[in-house]
Design a protein around this ligand. Structure first.
Ligand SMILES: [Zn+2]
Ligand SMILES: [Zn+2]
Length: 329
């Protein structure tokens, strides 16, 4: 999917760029909850998960798998309704792939429904990994919260036209979320841009990143991006932005680079940015983190803190979806 991009180093004045973005996350697998006597998470269905750390396919009860995804994909300290929304998204994601529900299984690993590689699945943590990440003290507290989020939404998935949706999400939209057609091929009826003012408390809402022109040149070279203009004639120019202000294309001399490609090559958190060159440094001023499509996770937390329910959150970020129990007709 990569395409060639060319970039020119303009060693000059101020330049303003902008870019949109997109992201996905990873997952991992895990053993079952044991110690907790609180409502144990039960489920009649197992997910066959290829755990990359062991290379083995493990059968994990659905709701237990969902808990491990929420642990890996969202801070456990987030509002309870946000955690519930994330649980429904995680369950929807795997429901689409499970062969038990007519899904295709994991495209990379025959015999598995899903794997723990973030690049083509969702992130997942085992109990041991949670303990390590959170510490013994926080572990009980956080695990109990996740159990509540998962068990209170057990079986719930989002559907559109009676099919489970593709529940993409991102860390922080930093303004309106993005329409899927601006980031990927084709429009998706439930992945429309919606205003988001709920993520202002995110550390990624507004941030600055600096990069020397040398580093910029190296990164472009490493990714086979030819660099012209050492002498600095052209300067970056935004060729196209999405309706929400994310950079879709950047022009450097005669070359047009996709906003997403710039984001990926330079490791920018988002394509919603401006940039200027100051001396030998490029200063990126960014808003948000992630591709901007679907649920804004910090926004979900913000909505939860305003008293909104997980249903409010999901139906806000995913236009027109229904929330249904996957085990009921
Ligand atoms: Zn994999
Ligand atoms: Zn947001």
């Amino acid at each position: 999917m990569k395409r060639a991009f060319l970039w020119i180093l303009a060693i000059e004045v101020l330049v303003i760029l902008l870019l949109p973005a997109l992201l996905v996350r990873g997952l991992d697998l895990e053993p079952r909850p044991s110690g907790s006597e609180s409502k144990s998470i039960t489920s009649a269905v197992n997910v066959r998960v290829l755990v990359h750390s062991t290379g083995r396919i493990e059968e994990i009860p659905l709701e237990e798998y969902v808990l491990g995804v929420v642990a890996a994909e969202m801070p456990a300290s987030f509002g309870m309704e946000a955690l519930k929304a994330q649980a429904v998204a995680a369950r929807t994601y795997v429901a689409r792939r499970m062969t038990a529900f007519g899904g295709p299984g994991c495209s990379e690993h025959p015999g598995a429904d899903i794997c723990t590689d973030p690049s083509h699945a969702q992130a997942w943590m085992s109990r041991e990994e949670m303990r390590k990440a959170w510490g013994v003290f926080n572990f009980e507290r956080y695990y109990t919260r996740l159990e509540e989020a998962v068990s209170s939404t057990a079986g719930l998935v989002m559907t559109y036209n009676d099919q489970p949706v593709d529940p993409v999400y991102h860390s922080t939209s930093g303004g309106p979320t993005e329409d899927a057609s601006e980031v990927w091929q084709g429009a998706v009826p439930y992945l429309k841009s919606v205003p988001c003012d709920y993520c202002r408390h995110s550390p990624y809402y507004s941030h600055v990143m600096e990069m020397s022109l040398e580093e910029l040149g190296t990164r472009l070279k490493d990714r086979d991006v030819p660099v012209f203009l050492q002498s600095g004639k052209g300067r970056p120019e935004i060729a196209a932005t999405s309706a929400t202000g994310r950079v879709k294309a950047l022009r450097l001399a005669k070359t047009v680079i996709r906003g997403q490609d710039i984001r990926s090559v330079l490791g920018l958190p988002s394509t919603r940015f401006t940039a200027e060159i100051r001396g030998r440094t490029v200063v990126f001023t960014l808003r948000g983190k992630g591709h901007g499509v679907g649920m804004c996770q910090y926004g979900a937390d913000g909505m939860a803190k305003e008293g909104k329910s997980f249903r409010d959150i999901l139906t806000y970020y995913y236009t027109g979806v229904k929330i249904r129990n996957m085990f009921e007709e």
